[in-house]
Design a protein around this ligand. Sequence first.
Ligand code: G6Q
Length: 536
Amino acid sequence: MEEIWQQLEQHQQQLANIHLRELFAGNPQRFEQFSLQICDLLFDYSKNRLNKDTIDLLCKFLEKRDFKTWQDQMFNGEEINHTEQRAALHIALRNRSNQPILVDSKDVMPEINTVLNKISNFVEKVHSGEWKGFTGQPIEFIVNIGIGGSDLGPKMVTEALENYHHPRLQAFFISNLDALQLHRVLKKINPETTLFVIASKTFSTQETMTNAQSARRWLIEKLGDEQAVSKHFVAVSTSTEQVKTFGIDPANMFEFWDWVGGRYSLWSAIGLSIALMIGMKNFEELLTGAHEMDQHFRNAPLKENMPVLLGLIGFWYNNFFGTTSQAILPYDCALEHLPAYLQQLEMESNGKRVSRNGETLNYRTCPVIWGTLGNNGQHAFYQLLHQGTQLIPSDFIVSAESQFEKYGQQNALLSNALAQTQALMQGRNLEETRQGLKDLTEMQVPHRVFLGNQPSNTIAYKRLTPKILGSLLALYEHKVFVQSICWNINPFDQWGVELGKQMAAALLPALENSQTTFNYDASTNGLLTYLKAQRT
Ligand code: G6Q
């Protein structure tokens, strides 16, 4: 084992029995020392089981993993996604400096700007009412049909920025193969005023193509003419051929490129639904926020680098404290879908068991990412965080102001956010419990004890704007990259989703034909028999 890894293990043993309370008691400057303000975000990492030596050692570890070289390779458009032979250049999509970025010796910035202009013109036409539906009505409903990276990002951002929505437009997102989701949307929209955005990098994803075909049939049924499709369907894809095959005019297609990974694609034309809903100016603000975080990530020293610290702290718990999950707890209703978005970003990127070279890893990689709006979580699963048997690091994401402050509820929300991180950190020991709750019987006491020492990060900001959201998302993207370097894995592929897709294709005929006996494993045979019987 590497020497630095051993040093980290030894250092963990020194810290293992020190309570966070002691760390705070011993250092009145702990907040100043272990917090950072960048891109209108405050990152307080003082409530973590670490000291200055921990940060020194973790940064040394990252240097030994050639972090700077990997980072340069990513920013320079090199083929760091080696298993798919492509670059991972989401940073180019929001490169507001416009400095050339080369892929295979070609500057990608001109084509990025061309697509941004095309999006901008289209958004303007939809907003002004110049773009009309088949019967001459302006658009009122934007329906994004996509899945995975072509759904989670656009949906999360669109819903987070509801305050910025164009007053005439409403957005819906369809991803699931279950036709119920499609049905729920179709009954709320008017075919004459609906624009379907078919978002798919490959334009061959089963879920998206199936929903898009059904939506197309619905539209033609309702408007009575196949010609209507060109006024109500646009495509976002890397594949002009597939878009043509589906029946969408390439003039109504917004392009992106194979070096944009699905879960990193909301900054590309995949963000068309976002731009339609919040307007181009605000979409550009989102890009600017991400670009500023990119610049910080690229240039700040490791110990003052927010994504680096966020990544290293996660690595510290995962690989030295044996934690297996990470909670994401927004105290901002606008970020309701952030935990689901981060689940994909982190788990699809770093849920890997072999190194870049294909060797089996003998350490743990990505933890399970989970969470929900923090205030709701308090009345549901926080019990386990406070008194369960597992160490679970949490990210509290806190907005100082509410987007809707009319009735003055924000102080109560903030007091809860702060109290939770404080309670997780401090706990209430046996003595305090006995003293504080005098009427308790001895039997009741242990049930009221809180050990504390549960770590958390707090990321806070004034109020969610497109720019702050852009910075926040880029922060997590780069955190994932930092951890991939710690674990020596390729975060930009996702081969783990393939096997199930192939098996689904192989099983489909058994569901479609009249076969009643099957030749799979006993469980699959039994389930097929049951499900087919229910349907007849
Ligand atoms: C993300 C993944 C995956 C992808 C979906 C949709 O990084 O690649 O979630 O986004 O499978 O793919 P298409 O955009 O090609 O339909």
